[in-house]
Unconditional design. Structure first.
Length: 223
């Protein structure tokens, strides 16, 4: 069944917008790029969305083959939403939109970030040049959410779950870590204030938070 609203245009770009162009649809995809989530987890990552709108977007995305719903095996036995293989192909689209949007002079620096949006921003902003010669395993803890980053050979892998033998562990809220990575707050100040805690190699953490430089916003403004 086609979406209720359609561009009625044979262009594949227009058709893609028919599928994922409704408000919140791409953010639902963003929240699922790192793995399946329950309905309540999705709402936590997008506090501005109403339950009814979220349910509608999930229904639409499932109907069009972007996501699918399934039940986890015991002991969890919870219903979760997960991107299909085709839906996962939207990742480079979302990262490219992030690289484009971060150049906006109206970017709301300091606005709240979900765990997944912050972690995906690390994938987006990662600088291979800044990571030259750096190899480390860093675990990121955001309350009950645990992710780990492996940096090596000028690349970064970020996945959900605990690191087996991390060089360091960063424990913080997404906003506190974003303030250090993107907002210009010094790591030492965040540590001193107790907004961020580090276990293990602090020098590795200091190097890690410098791997995601923001581009010059003025580069996106035509003179």
């Amino acid at each position: 069944m086609p979406p209720k609203r359609s561009y009625q245009d044979g262009c594949a770009t227009a058709h893609a917008l028919d599928l994922v162009g409704e408000r919140w649809a791409l953010l639902v995809v963003r929240e699922l790029l790192l793995g399946p989530k329950r309905f309540t987890d999705l709402r936590a990552g997008m506090p501005g969305i109403s339950p009814n709108v979220l349910a509608q977007r999930l229904e639409e995305l499932e109907r069009t083959g972007v996501i699918h719903r399934h039940k986890l095996p015991p002991p969890a036995a919870a219903w979760v939403y997960q991107l299909t293989a085709w839906g996962l192909q939207l990742e480079p689209v979302i990262l490219a939109l992030g690289r484009w949007g971060v150049r906006s002079p109206q970017l709301p620096i300091g606005a709240p970030l979900s765990v997944d949006s912050l972690v995906l921003s690390f994938r987006t902003m990662f600088s291979s040049a800044a990571a030259a010669g750096f190899r480390s395993s860093i675990e990121l803890r955001f309350g009950v959410d645990h992710l780990h980053a492996e940096v090596a050979n000028g690349r970064i892998d970020l996945v959900r779950g605990r690191a087996k033998q991390p060089d360091a562990i960063i424990d913080a809220s997404p906003d506190a870590l974003a303030a250090v990575v993107y907002g210009g707050r010094k790591l030492t100040d965040a540590l001193r204030a107790g907004d961020l805690e580090v276990e293990g190699d602090r020098s590795a953490v200091k190097r890690f938070v410098a791997l995601f430089p923001l581009p010059d916003c003025s580069a996106g403004v035509r003179s």
